[in-house]
Design a protein. Structure first.
Length: 177
């Protein structure tokens, strides 16, 4: 067995963090990307593009979670990492985003070296982590499927419409339980 020393690209990771921080950037230096907003949608597309660059298969589950999968050499359970890219109204550039982009950087390092692990790697972007946490609740099996109003946005937008914006599906989410 040949061991290959791999090194992540700190400069690339910092650039991705900086680029993502421009989406919803505030004059005070913070970031505002509330879930389901135009800024959140743009950030989601940026992350999907980064996943596509490193040969990840991308799915969006019923809760709107983005799951990027870098296949392994064997049919084994996936190793998973991730976080969120939505923010509180005045969030920081690293909150959540670092957990997502660091996972993508690990995959990019493997991809550039032509390496695959035995297990697939999944990088997950959880939906609405700074709000009602529907993405992580759904993945953990703890979502309030019988109460759509629980997930209604402060502006009154129903969760069904919010999930449609990002490729999720409330009806599939509630029937899959």
């Amino acid at each position: 067995m040949v061991t290959v020393a791999l090194q992540t690209n700190h400069t690339r990771l910092q650039k991705r963090l900086s680029d993502l921080a421009t989406i919803g950037q505030l004059s005070c230096g913070g970031v505002c990307r509330t879930a389901y907003s135009a800024e959140d949608l743009a950030a989601r597309q940026t992350v999907i593009a980064a996943m596509n660059q490193v040969d990840m298969d991308i799915t969006i589950d019923a809760a709107g979670n983005i799951i990027g999968r870098y296949s392994g050499t064997q049919d084994l359970p996936a190793l998973a990492t991730g976080s969120h890219i939505d923010t509180v109204p005045i969030g920081g550039r690293y909150d959540g985003a670092l957990g997502v982009l660091a996972g993508i950087e690990v995959v990019a390092t493997l991809y550039e070296a032509g390496q695959r692990l035995n297990h697939p790697i999944e990088v997950i972007v959880f939906t609405d982590e700074e709000g009602e946490m529907i993405g992580s609740q759904a993945m953990a099996g703890n979502a309030h499927y019988t109460d759509a109003e629980f997930y209604q946005r402060l502006d009154g937008t129903p969760i069904q419409i919010c999930l449609q914006r990002i490729g999720g599906d409330w009806d599939k989410l509630t029937t899959a339980q």
